[in-house]
Design a protein around this ligand. Structure first.
Ligand SMILES: Nc1ncnc2c1ncn2[C@@H]1O[C@H](COP(=O)(O)OP(=O)(O)OP(=O)(O)O)[C@@H](O)[C@H]1O
Ligand SMILES: [Mg+2]
Length: 252
């Protein structure tokens, strides 16, 4: 099957789950493939070449860490992989689908269903309880209440926070807040989790435990992770370390 034949289609799914945008027979395809990707911010003299000639393929089930100095292009790369931004040249394929061929609605749907995002500053909604923060993406995806409730409790249990379900984020430590964000990213059972400096706002010990939790989830569920981090613990948890310098891949 060629990538072009691997069209995005909507199809029915088992009990409780909404109709899902499905990538047909995509299981053997790489999760993401970047080919000769360039990213330039701005035009003319003041423009910045943030990424150059990036070729990168990530297979299902990998745990990939992006490392590199500040300004090297890690966040830019993650944003292109997650369909948050578009390359200036080259192509980004997600499970065989060229993201440039998707309209805004399909792209938003693919992001909402298949990609979980984790950020440095957790980005939890402060007025919502822990439970509702994790419930939110399922609500957006149109899950039925009972199914959603089950998945939220399962995700909170997985990150060890079921007993804090009714608290607000402000009543939790940084590490606990990041665990809520991990549960929120996982609750929809995405194919890929993207985490941009998930340890950046945590002390090193807490950062390590957050990385270890993500590694456990990667091993147990086969969820693919692509993370950027400055944490020294990354070498102990990542199956693959990709180093970026000045917008290019230096070492893979
Ligand atoms: N929206 C933007 N507009 C213009 N330039 C940008 C923009 N975002 C990033 N850049 C530039 O692109 C380059 C790569 O930035 P990027 O944020 O990807 O680096 P990073 O590796 O994530 O850095 P850090 O470790 O500090 O998060 C930098 O030179 C940065 O200044
Ligand atoms: Mg960054």
């Amino acid at each position: 099957m060629t990538e072009r034949e691997n069209k995005v289609q909507a199809s029915a799914t088992p009990a409780g789950e909404p109709r899902r945008l499905q990538l047909v027979k995509a299981s053997q395809l790489p999760i993401v493939r970047l080919s000769q990707v360039e990213k330039r911010y701005g035009k003319g003299e003041g423009s910045v070449q943030a990424l150059r000639s990036i070729d990168l393929q990530v297979e299902r089930g990998e745990f990939v860490a992006l490392v590199g100095q500040s300004g090297s292009g890690k966040s830019t790369l993650l944003n292109l992989i997650g369909g948050i931004d578009q390359p200036s040249a080259g192509a980004v394929h997600f499970l065989g689908q060229d993201l440039a061929d998707l309209g805004d609605r399909d792209l938003a749907q693919l992001r909402a269903r298949e990609i979980g995002f984790i950020f440095q500053f957790f980005n939890l909604l402060p007025v919502l309880s822990v439970f509702d923060n994790v419930y939110y993406p399922l609500m957006l995806n149109g899950y039925r209440k009972e199914q959603a409730r089950r998945q939220v409790l399962q995700a909170l249990e997985r990150v060890g926070l079921q007993q804090h379900a009714l608290r607000r984020p402000v009543e939790l430590s940084g590490g606990q807040q990041q665990r809520v964000a991990i549960a929120r990213a996982l609750v929809k059972k995405p194919a890929l989790v993207i985490a941009d400096e998930p340890t950046g706002n945590l002390d090193s010990e807490t950062g390590r435990s957050v990385l270890e939790l993500m590694q456990e989830i990667n091993r147990e569920n086969g969820t693919t992770f692509i993370i950027s981090t400055h944490s020294d613990a990354v070498r102990d948890v990542a199956g693959r370390v990709v180093r970026i310098a000045d917008g290019s891949i230096q070492h893979d």
